[in-house]
Design a protein around this ligand. Structure first.
Ligand SMILES: C[S@@+](CC[C@H](N)C(=O)[O-])C[C@H]1O[C@@H](n2cnc3c(N)ncnc32)[C@H](O)[C@@H]1O
Length: 234
């Protein structure tokens, strides 16, 4: 109840300040305000649950470099929920997040009845935080986090049929990982789904002719697109 009061008070003061300053006339300010209110609410929730999913991490924070990786930002769960619902996945599906960072997407996936949920993360700093987050949410039985390079997973991919990427690495690394995914889907003949959030290198996936584009989700208010692809078993 106290939390709700604080949220309403924060919203009220924010909006009345904006009206007083005449900012509400500007669409851009409306969007910026919504984003900051959204993250303010998330911030309260994170504090209450002693987790940290959404504070950004630069490459320096991650201890990585631009040739091998991209910085950390957490997936927004409501966007992933839209995509997962629309996919109508088989009931025995398992999902793997390539570059899971602190685990925001893993947490979003835990709201769905996946048989397995796993993330691999290259940065030991982000990995430690992900492990702590999973523990504090008592999700150890549902979510597995691995420390390592996404390129190193080969046979391990056989237990998954949904592969998630939130703009984790540069095109060269992406190409190797997608090739490993296709090899696994081919070897253990099964359907596979690739979900690519903020798809700035989607051409890498589209260059593999075994993979077909299914649909694109574009958030109504703010955020980048999410593209979904499918590999059909033979
Ligand atoms: C944009 S964040 C995505 C976080 C998470 N997937 C989510 O959606 O909430 C990208 C993450 O990929 C990780 N990463 C980059 N290269 C990697 C690699 N080769 N293997 C595993 N993780 C990697 C980065 O350290 C970073 O935490």
């Amino acid at each position: 109840m106290r939390l709700l009061k604080r949220i309403i008070f924060a919203l009220y003061s924010r909006i009345s300040n904006l009206i007083r300053n005449g900012y509400l006339r500007s669409i851009d300010f409306k969007i910026q305000t919504s984003i900051s209110v959204y993250y303010r609410i998330i911030g309260y929730w994170e504090k209450m649950n002693r987790v940290d999913f959404y504070s950004k991490m630069t490459l320096e924070d991650l201890g990585l470099n631009a040739e091998e990786a991209r910085h950390y930002g957490g997936s927004r769960s409501y966007e992933l929920a839209k995509v997962v619902k629309r996919l109508n996945l088989p009931s025995d599906s398992s999902v793997l997040d390539f570059g899971c960072g602190k685990g925001a997407a893993l947490y979003a996936f835990s709201k769905f009845p996946f048989k397995g949920i796993c993330g691999i993360e290259l940065s030991d700093i982000a990995y430690e935080i992900a492990v702590e987050n999973v523990k504090n949410l008592s999700l150890e039985k549902r979510i597995q986090v691995i420390l390592g390079d996404a390129r190193s997973l080969k046979k391990e991919l056989d237990s998954f049929n949904v592969f998630y990427f939130y703009n984790p690495f540069p095109p060269d690394v992406m190409k190797t990982v997608v090739q490993n995914v296709i090899d696994s889907l081919k070897n253990k003949n099964r359907d596979g789904y690739l979900i690519y959030n903020y798809p700035i290198d989607s051409v890498v996936i589209e260059n593999f002719n075994q993979i077909k584009f299914m649909f694109q989700y574009v958030p109504f208010f703010f955020g980048g697109a999410i593209k979904v692809y499918k590999y059909n078993k033979v």
